[in-house]
Design a protein around this ligand. Sequence first.
Ligand code: NAD
Ligand code: MG
Length: 298
Amino acid sequence: MTRDQYTFVDPTTLYADIEPQRQHMAEPGLDADLTPKADLGEETYRGTGRLSGRRALITGGDSGIGAATAIAFAREGASVALSYLPEEEEDAQRIAAIARDAGVTVATLPGDLRDPEYCRGLVADAVAALGGLDILVNNGGKQIFQESLEEISDTQFDDTFRTNVSAMFWITKAALPHLPAGSTIINTTSIQAYSPSETLVDYASTKATINAFTKALAQQLAPKGIRVNAVAPGPIWTPLQPSDGQPQDKLDSFGEETPLGRMGQPAELAPAYVFLASAESSYVLGETLNVNGGMVSP
Ligand code: NAD
Ligand code: MG
């Protein structure tokens, strides 16, 4: 590693070599096809034992933010189970191999988050593969832009809510009986929860819901010693964006609106998940940690 997450850097010029580019992928999109490649921490994330012996289930763990989180968790000493769609097998196997190189157990558990039976079985399979569970990262998500409300089909609206909200409910509910005191749940929301784009009415609504779900559940589970928090990313270079997450003409300047003047990389999100997963955040509950290049949030 020539640089890791602790290296002193100027955040305005960090990643100046990764410029966003216009490109279209069919949903859900693959990191394998993303041009230029995102930084998932393969060469930049250094673990120091912060999650030693922990066991984590990460949805959307094949690519983007979930994949960077999986690499970081594994290098911090946690075993990981990855959920993803069957068509993302190539991305998932690459991340699983990198995580296994850290010497931890890795399970790959493909399926569709819109299906409650898959969600419940996912938790059971993760518990069986890892020998238990004490970290849950609800991160899988769907984002399809539409210029007008009339263009959001009932199916899209329902799919976006099932993927982003219902799956979080089904998985969290199924996981609860397995989570010992000290466990942590981290949900992925978005800057869209507070600063919604006009073209993301359905998606932004799910992200506001995730914030409310996080804050309500955090209060309920606090007496059990289970902490619930959220991470709210800003514009991050992942397959979500070129697979109809944004209009093509917005991809060229993706992230330029942030005070740092650039998009973020998945590797810049991973430390936020590590912090909220580990016991070092023992007094942090119901919090939304914004990782967004400086955009103002409540
Ligand atoms: P990504 O495409 O790499 O990850 C999203 C993952 O969701 C996919 O890899 C896929 O495995 C999973 N997924 C989607 N639909 C699914 C389904 N029906 N069944 C199973 N899995 C499904 O993109 P990402 O940007 O890393 O997204 C991760 C999370 O970050 C999402 O919740 C997204 O809303 C959130 N987020 C992303 C950005 C950004 O700019 N990229 C900004 C804010 C929030
Ligand atoms: Mg993916």
